[in-house]
Each structure stands twice: as C-alpha cells, then as structure tokens.
Design a protein around this ligand. Structure first.
Ligand SMILES: [Cu+2]
Length: 68
C-alpha cells in the first residue's frame, strides 16, 4: 500500500484527474482519496515513483509519504 501527499488536490475535479492518472499506471489499483488531508492511498503492486511521475505529468506534484 502506498500513501501519496498531493498538496494541490483541493476538490472533486482534482480527485477525478488524479484517479485517472493512477489508473493509467495500474488499471487495477484501489484508490482512496482524502481531500481534507490531501492524501491518496493506493492499493497496488506498482512502484510509488511511477505514480508520482504520472501525477506530476497530470499537473499534481506528489510526494510518496509511505510505502509498505
Ligand atoms: Cu480541484
């Protein structure tokens, strides 16, 4: 499971764009978005850096805050 911090994520539209970017890396990823704390939790086997890169490209710089 991965946790990403996405400081620029503020509304449902952002969440939709971000979910799409995540699914472009892993179509089967389970995505949970918490707008309040601007955190995205992803259940996936893919690498955190791949998601960070995809979110960057979508206009939402992201930092991996935990990976396990
Ligand atoms: Cu937004």
């Amino acid at each position: 499971m991965l946790k990403l911090n996405v400081p620029d994520m503020t509304c449902g539209h952002c969440a939709g764009v971000i979910t799409k970017a995540i699914r472009s890396v892993d179509a089967g990823a389970k995505v949970d978005i918490d707008l309040k704390i601007q955190t995205v939790t992803i259940e996936t086997k893919a690498d955190g850096s791949a998601f960070a890169k995809a979110l960057d490209a979508a206009g939402y710089p992201a930092m991996v805050s935990s990976a396990q």
